[in-house]
Design a protein around this ligand. Sequence first.
Ligand code: PA5
Length: 453
Amino acid sequence: MKYIQLDYTYMMDFVREKDILKMQSKVTDVHKVIEERTGIGGDFLGWLDLAHRMPVSELESIVKTAEEIQKTSDIFVVIGIGGSYLGARAVIDSLSHSFHNALPHKSPQIFFAGQNMSGKYYEDLKEVLMNKRLTVNVISKSGTTTEPALALRYFRDLMQSVMASGQVKQRIIATTDAAKGSLKKMADQEGYRTFVIPDDVGGRYSVLTPVGLLPVAVAGININELLQGARDMEAYLKEPDLKKNPAYMYAVIRNSMYASGKAIEIMANFDPSLHFFSEWWKQLYGESEGKDNKGIYPASVDYSTDLHSMGQWVQQGARNIFETLLWIEKSRSGAAVPTLQNDLDGFNFLSGKTFDFVNEKAYQGVTLAHHDGRVPNMSVMIPEMNAYYLGQLIYFFEKACAMSGYLLRVNPFDQPGVEAYKSNMFALLGKKGFEEKNKELMETLKTIERRVV
Ligand code: PA5
């Protein structure tokens, strides 16, 4: 068995090893605080040992439900937003066929909803679902979030228009709190099956709970392997020594970049299937660290695509960035470059080489070019892309995020800033209880001098 590794070679011109190692005693202290769950937000550290403590009966129930959904559904719609959305999408996209929804499949087509409020999106999705056997998994820890609640109404209505109520309740599965929230109340009243999100696990750390596991299992991915990867990484990262703990090394390096004025971290992948992994990572780090007027801004690019757009900025733009590259070491495909008679395009020197070989040279070329362009970069090396190593990778970034947030002296487990837009939106929508706020906002809107060209 191998582990995820951090290659920080191309960081060494920008941070001194002895300065990294000076952080060891701080890291050891924070490690203790994390393990003993005594720091700020310590009530939300349940993800630390999730993979260990998940009861076998719960796992069996997830797998059984997923198998039933696979047999009885053409389409599976996963409704959720933020931490109740991105983890499942990241895992499914990373591990499934690139064109999963376009293939005649063993498992249903999977679509996501509740992550936006675009009427067009809902109407278009409705068209796709027409006359199909649909199952919905609505996911909301609080059970009160507007976007998924409205999406559930929409699809429930649609189902009720074409099937008997007994069938509708069979085809809606709620993943939510054990006791609180209107989704839980609705599920109990309507008789929906439910899966529970543990109290001590926040949304963005919940991918290895039923939040992520049920959709992932429906996609035909082995959730036991995913959890085993997380379990092994959990054991591996018990070691506070920076030279033995790649997650803590990553946390220390990014904090030292931030301290030196590099306030933007760009995650780059070399495989389109990892696009949503970067989205998951952005939420994890952005929502965990961006508070108290602090925090690295997490951005992402997809290479090669973005080498021909944002690549210019990365190579020669403002030098306030550093890069974290995701590299999969073992090739996933034998697709190779054919020979062209007469070599009309001049690419016969690559005849017979695999696309993955060319991709690897692009990766090596990028690390060197960006280093030369004064962009410190490090690589997270993934031995192979499968459920096991993805489980390791998820745990790696979660543990690093806890360390990094505490080093930055913020609470990495809350998200107070998310409430601001919600209360404005409720007030503007005329929700009961927001009358005062509504008046205040209407006044503000009147006094704002609009400038439109
Ligand atoms: O990480 C978080 O806590 C958030 O991103 C939530 O997951 C998101 O706001 C959705 O919340 P809920 O699951 O309560 O609907």
